[in-house]
Design a protein around this ligand. Structure first.
Ligand SMILES: Nc1nc2c(c(=O)[nH]1)N[C@H]1C(S)=C(S)[C@@H](COP(=O)(O)O)O[C@H]1N2
Ligand SMILES: [Mo]
Length: 581
């Protein structure tokens, strides 16, 4: 804060309106600093008391959960990742604006600003209490933050009052002459003599310490200076609390770095059942086609976690509970000691649009869930497994999908590495054939064997179907829509998927003409997507190119267009291709 901006205000005490406005600016600054310190200390307390939920992440998470389902773009935003930064920045701006308002209100009327901060605290408390991952520990956190913010704001506003009071005294009887324009130090002494000093019995603001002789001491040049200095000191202290708290809070982030360090040193065992070799020719080598195996850094990421849950593998436990003969608790070392299976499996997000990129294929290393569940012994009547993550998110998978012969895995490795933190480190679920929202629980900590009639997973009450088998679909990767290509034989290619059923054929048509069968590359397995390509003889002009896939059972993908909600988009991916001569 540039303090010299204040000086002319003090100096030009005879012009009350700008002075009032500047005072309110200082009050607003006090509000921002006080609330900033409160928020930061709250985050810090959360880091110590309840690492998986802080007031800020709780409010942000509540915002994410509250976004109504069914709105296409909203859904992508809801599931997306880049939007989280936007959400946090937006929250920061809203908090800062309300904090500034709290400062101004508190300046105008005692307790009005404190009331605003109290509401902040209550909103934070409500958000924290309604988060699944909340523990009793989280309760004092928002209250502590709000209490500190209120105390600091009251303190700052009192100091501001003392300063303005002193400045007001000084200008009580300004001479009717030209106002000095320089800083108050430069004022002629005569003006100060003209103003009644505190000692001469001017009105004292409530709670103000009687100003000592120093307050109006000639060396200061102004009776307002010490009061101003005290206010600025208080503001600095408050800002420092916010800054130091922020630094400490980010040190707590060191926990995340520590787990990242453990991850990078982790050596995964080899698979007892290795992934079948990628068949020759599975990768068509057509420029622009998605790689058959998606590198981890390019793999789409979808979850509701505002802050990636940080799970120390040494503390990780998976509980198998519910309708089972024997409850099981599994730790990470025990899991790594199991005979592991490695498979390529293509997972997809239910909110993937036709032609969208919320799909990826990786080589996953894990222990078959069916073996774990066999040890637990599901009771008759059970038909669902509710998997829960460290942050409380849940997915409901049909028990059958986790106990039949498919490779549903309790995954520890992705493409030859430990799971990346944002893809579920240390352990997640991957189930061939099911959309992620009903199966692919990251940071998994519990499998509850239950019934669809008794339990409800995270997305079900938010407008998404209880069950989510992946729909047969296909995508054109080249040419990119809107891109122009040269006349002749135009190479068209992409991917097609029908997880656990397998792709039987892919066809392409131009301008709604006859379907032509594309060359289908061999799939790694029925659980993965496969590449396809076709050369189309096209002269100059604009064409509409469409693709459709048919699974190995002979069922073609659905033609009618439907949005992602409630259980996956349908329709043909359609691109417009510009062919130049
Ligand atoms: N804990 C947790 N796991 C989750 C989710 C989530 O929100 N929280 N989202 C699911 C959804 S909707 C999808 S599509 C997949 C995406 O997995 P990825 O981010 O590794 O690609 O994770 C699933 N697992
Ligand atoms: Mo998803």
């Amino acid at each position: 804060m540039n303090t010299s901006r204040v000086a002319p205000d003090v100096a030009a005490g005879g012009t009350p309106r700008p002075a009032k406005r500047r005072t309110e600016l200082w009050a607003a600054a006090a509000g921002v600093a006080a609330v900033g310190a409160g928020v930061v200390v709250g985050e810090l307390a959360a880091g110590l008391l309840s690492p998986s939920v802080s007031p800020v992440t709780a409010v942000g998470g509540a915002v994410i959960d509250a976004v109504p389902p069914g709105v296409k773009d909203g859904v992508i935003a809801l599931f997306g990742t880049a939007d989280k930064l936007a959400l946090l920045s937006g929250m920061g701006l809203v908090i800062a604006a309300l904090a500034a308002l709290a400062g101004v209100l508190e300046w105008r009327r005692r307790f009005a600003g404190l009331a605003v901060i109290a509401v902040f605290g209550l909103v934070g408390l409500a958000a924290v209490l309604t988060r699944a991952e909340a523990t009793a520990n989280a309760v004092p956190v928002p209250l502590l933050g709000a209490a500190l913010g209120m105390a600091l704001l009251r303190w700052l506003i009192r100091r501001l009052g003392e300063w303005r009071e002193a400045a007001g005294l000084q200008v009580a009887g300004p001479p009717a002459g030209p106002q000095p324009a320089g800083p108050d130090d430069a004022r002629p002494q005569a003006i100060w003599r003209a103003a009644p000093g505190p000692e001469t019995g001017g009105p004292q603001p409530a709670g103000q310490k009687p100003a000592g002789p120093h307050a109006a001491g000639p060396e200061d040049g102004s009776p307002a200076r010490p009061a101003r200095r005290r206010f600025l000191q208080s503001l600095t202290v408050t800002t420092a609390i916010a800054a130091v708290g922020g630094a400490l809070a980010s040190t707590l982030r060191g926990a995340a770095d520590a787990v990242a360090g453990l991850r990078s040193k982790l050596l995964l065992p080899g698979p007892a059942s290795p992934a079948p070799a990628v068949p020759a020719g599975a990768e068509l080598g057509l420029a622009g086609l998605s790689p058959l195996v998606t590198p981890n850094r390019d793999f789409y990421r979808i979850d509701t976690a505002l802050r990636v849950p940080i799970v120390d593998p040494r503390d990780w436990k998976l509980k198998v509970t519910g309708l089972v003969d024997r409850e099981i608790e599994l730790d990470f070392d025990t899991l790594l000691a199991k005979p592991l299976t490695e498979r390529h499996i293509t997972i997809a997000c239910v909110s993937n649009e036709v032609g969208g990129d919320l799909i990826g294929n990786a080589r996953w290393l894990g222990w078959p869930v069916r073996e774990l569940l066999a040890q637990a012994g599901p009771k008759p009547g059970a038909d669902m497994v509710l998997s829960r993550s460290a942050d409380g998110w849940t997915a409901g998978s049909p028990l059958e999908a986790l106990t039949d012969t498919r490779d549903a895995l309790l995954v520890v490795g992705m493409n030859g590495e430990p799971l990346p933190l944002e893809h579920g480190f240390p352990v997640r679920l991957i189930v061939p054939g099911l959309y992620g929202y009903v199966s692919a629980t990251k940071w998994v900590t519990e499998l509850k064997v239950t019934r669809f009639a008794d339990d409800v997973a995270y997305w079900t009450p938010r407008g998404w179907s209880e069950r989510g088998p992946i729909k047969t679909s296909s995508r054109i990767d080249v040419p990119r829509g809107g891109r122009s290509v040269s006349a002749g034989t135009v190479a068209v290619g992409g991917v097609a998927w029908a997880q656990h059923r397998g792709i039987g054929k892919v066809e392409v048509r131009v301008n709604r003409g006859d379907w032509k069968q594309a060359e289908l590359a061999p799939a790694i397995s029925t659980d993965t997507w496969c590449q396809w390509k076709i050369g189309l003889p096209l002269g100059p002009g604009q064409y509409e190119v469409q693709v459709r896939a048919t699974d190995l059972d002979g069922d073609p993908q659905v033609e009618d267009s439907a949005p992602p909600a409630p259980n996956g988009a349908t329709g043909y991916h359609t691109v417009t291709v510009d062919v130049k001569s």
